[in-house]
Structure formats: C-alpha cells, structure tokens
Design a protein. Structure first.
Length: 346
C-alpha cells in the first residue's frame, strides 16, 4: 500500500487536494486544502461552465499547497485517488485528467473514487476505530441515501430520495426565504433564533426507508406566500422547516437500526455539517446506538475523504488505468439492493 497518497476532488464547486500519510498501517491526514468558488453565489446556484473554468485555474496551486503543507514533494507521492463521479462532468474531467497526468508522469498507481463513497469514509479520518457493520446516512445537495454497511466495500441500499435530496431542499427553501446560496448554513443560523411553530409535513414518516422532500418544500412555499411579513416570520419558518427535515432523517435511521440490529450510525455529506442534526440524532439514539459524524470540513466536498476511500481500494489491490473517465452518473461500487429484503415502500 502507498505510504503517501494524494487525493483530488473537483466534482462540483470546490477544488480540493489532500495528502494522507500511512504510518504503521494507519492512514493519517497530513494536509487538506479546499478552495470554494464564491462566484456561484451571484447566480444562486452552481453554474457548470464557470465551475469547470475555475477548477482549471485552481487545480495546480491547490495541489501544490497541499503538498507544501504536508511537507511532501511531488516525487514522494506513491499513489493518487481522484473523484471520478458522480458530479458535473466538466468539473470532474479537470480532476480526472490532472490525476491521470500525475499518475502517468510518475508511474504511480491511480484509483477513481465514487464521490458518495468518499463521504462514507470521511468519518474514518476522525474516528480511526470506526468499523462496520453500521447504518449509514449520506445527505448532501444531490443525494439522500440510507445504507446497510456490513463491511467496507459492500453497501446494501435501504432507501433513497424519490425527488429532492435533503440538501437540495435546504437550498430551495433558502431561496424562498431570500437567504442566498448555499442555503444550508444560512437556514441553520436563522433557525437558531426561531420557533418550530409551523405545522409542516413529515413526508413518508414510518413508510419504509425512502425519502421525499418535495412536498415539504411546497408547504414552505405556501407558508412564505401567506405569512404576510416574511421579515417577521423568516426565523420561525426556517426553524420549522429544519425541524421537519431532521425529524424525517431521525425516523428513517431508527427504522434502519431496527431492521439491521446494528448499534452504530454514520452520517456523512454536506448536510451532516448541520449541528442541530448531529445533536438531535445523538439524543434520539442515546443509550442504544453510537452516532458518528465527522468534523464539518470533512463533510463538505473535500479531497481528504476521496484519499481515504482511495486508500482502502488501493489496499485491496484495485487500480484504475489510463482509460479512467469522468462519469457524472457513476454507479456506486459494491452497492446492491435485494428486492425481497429491502423493498421500496409501495
């Protein structure tokens, strides 16, 4: 296994590089650089073409800085892990092409990593003792996925969103509340001063493992339209919306714990940065399940999680060749769904 591993992440609007150094078989994070693209705030969302151009400008200096902060020269890098998908195809291509060039120039092993699997591995950087089996909840701007993880590399899909992902719902509700982009942090800050007094729906509560947030988003739309003064009601609407989303996530995790019999929950993805979610999930499972959430910078899109997932795959002997390509709909490796054991709710 590589002693020094460089991770690269360019799936959306963060250009990131990280260095992992393995000491006595344990990978440790030596550096992490994340450069966010502020230009998208002007448009209220990510503009793919602008994201690609920004990655092209940033990739070299970001990698150089990560190596410098780790105290590692490029010629000491033993392997490279890069996000190959899913994501914006143009953004992904920047990272994949750059990683392939570095791998070819130095005759280094290369491995393409699934972005969501990276989110799943992120807590392992903070909790070296984290081991399956566990229930995993991956919640981000584009995905909401509930998994049974019997071992690293094997994932059983319990449920997924049928429409909006949780993070997407946060962004859309933030736009309704005139909070700008990205929406999650703004709603969390606003909700801290509000009261959960709006009776928003908890979609698909106690109805299997799948999620749906479009109806909740519509309920917020009506509340904003009918509230009279958005300035006076904004905090309470934000608090009520956030509470509804968290109630659904807690409920689905409880169902998954009952189904699997596991005693550990791992939460990853951008929405895992929400401290209210982490606190309430821990409180709801106090005494019967351990709740593991990585620090915030490891839950955003970052290269450290990609390096950690890549470290696992390289250790298993998996390699990508120079035909590795960006795949915006990349299937999750090792993901399975048994229609009898894990049925979709009717």
């Amino acid at each position: 296994m590589s002693d020094v591993l460089l991770g690269i992440e360019t799936s959306c609007d963060e250009t990131s590089a990280a260095v992992l150094i393995t000491d006595r078989g344990v990978p440790e994070l030596a550096s992490l650089v994340i450069l966010s693209q502020d230009i998208h705030k002007i448009f209220g969302g990510v503009v793919p073409e602008l994201a690609s151009r920004a990655h092209l400008k940033a990739i070299q200096p970001v990698v150089d800085r990560a190596l410098t902060e780790a105290g590692v020269p490029l010629n000491a890098v033993d392997g490279i892990a890069v996000t190959a998908g899913p994501g914006l195809v143009g953004a992904l291509l920047v990272g994949v092409c750059y990683a392939k060039a570095l791998a070819a120039a130095g005759n280094r092993p290369l491995v393409g990593v699934h972005h969501l699997e990276g989110h799943l591995f992120a807590p392992a950087l903070d909790y070296a003792d984290l081991k399956p089996p566990f229930v995993a909840l991956v919640v981000s701007g584009g995905h909401t996925v509930l998994l049974d993880v019997p071992e690293w590399g094997r994932y059983r899909l319990l449920g997924a969103t049928r429409d909006d992902a949780a993070g997407e719902a946060f962004d859309k509700v933030a736009k309704l509340l005139e909070l700008g982009y990205p929406g999650g942090p703004a709603i969390e800050r606003l909700a801290a001063g509000g009261t959960d007094r709006y009776d928003f729906p908890r979609p698909m509560l106690n109805r299997g493992f799948d999620f749906s947030f479009s109806g909740l988003k519509t309920a917020v739309l009506y509340a904003v339209r009918d509230c009279g003064s958005l300035e006076n009601e904004r905090q309470d609407i934000a608090a009520s919306f956030q509470s509804a989303v968290i109630d659904v996530l807690i409920n689905k995790v409880a169902l998954a714990l009952d189904h699997t019999g596991y005693s550990t929950v791992v939460i990853g993805g951008g929405v895992a940065c929400n401290r209210e979610l982490a606190v309430r999930m821990a409180d709801a499972n106090a005494g019967h399940a351990r709740v593991v959430v990585a620090q915030s910078r490891l839950n955003t899109d970052n290269a450290a999680m990609i390096a950690r997932a890549g470290w696992f795959h390289l250790r298993q002997g998996r390699r990508s060749n120079m035909t590795l390509d960006a795949d915006p709909r990349m299937p999750w490796p090792g993901l399975e769904r048994d229609p009898e054991m894990y049925p979709s709710p009717r």
